[in-house]
Design a protein around this ligand. Structure first.
Ligand code: S3P
Length: 186
């Protein structure tokens, strides 16, 4: 059984840039594994009673990041197993990265900037798209997500179902943590 071989796989967390397909792949993966799925953006908006666009506009990005960190920490502390899709900047928070390293199996859905922009276009839920330094932001995020990830899947040119199938196969092939602990791979 997956969680016996790899206890961290009780909490599968999808990270990646906006438009990488985290929400859609997360739903499908959770379906395939028979688990609930959470989306940090949705939980955050419900908790705040405001949209992400409103929070950015009224309180600014640092306040949004604090809220986002608390939402992710609470989800990681909640009942497992689950699949969790994170907002595209959530894993840039050092505290969130520490929690992910300790408690989750992290999957980076790696997407090129061109594909990401084709998919998301202009979206009020994604104020970060208005950043003038988007290529730099994309490169920095990709590097950070690669670092925090246990598994990296390149999603350009690949449909959501295929990505979810690839992940199921990768999870099936995961070696036991008792023989290859994370520290040996670091
Ligand atoms: C953000 C990505 C968004 C959302 C917010 C900030 C980011 O989530 O959390 O707009 O900083 O990249 P998605 O990655 O689901 O679009």
């Amino acid at each position: 059984m997956l969680t016996e071989r790899c206890p961290e796989a009780a909490r599968i967390v999808l990270v990646g840039f906006m438009g990488s397909g985290k929400t859609t792949v997360g739903r499908r993966l959770a379906d395939r594994l028979g688990r609930p799925v959470h989306d940090s953006d949705t939980v955050l908006e419900q908790r705040a009673g405001r949209t992400i666009g409103e929070i950015f506009a009224q309180d600014g990005e640092p306040a949004f990041r604090d809220l986002e960190h608390r939402v992710v920490a609470d989800l990681l502390d909640g009942p497992a197993p689950f699949v969790l899709s994170l907002g595209g900047g959530a894993a840039m928070h050092p505290g969130t990265r520490r929690l992910l390293a300790d408690r989750a199996l992290v999957v980076h859905l790696r997407v090129g900037l061109a594909t990401a922009l084709e998919r998301v276009g202009a979206d009020p839920r994604r104020p970060m798209l208005a950043r003038p330094d988007l290529p730099r932001l994309h490169a920095d995020r990709a590097a950070a997500h690669d670092t925090v990830a246990d598994v990296v899947v390149d999603v350009d040119g690949t449909g959501v179902e295929t990505v979810a199938d690839t992940l199921v196969a990768l999870l099936d092939a995961l070696p036991s943590r008792t023989t290859t602990p994370r520290t040996e791979n670091a």
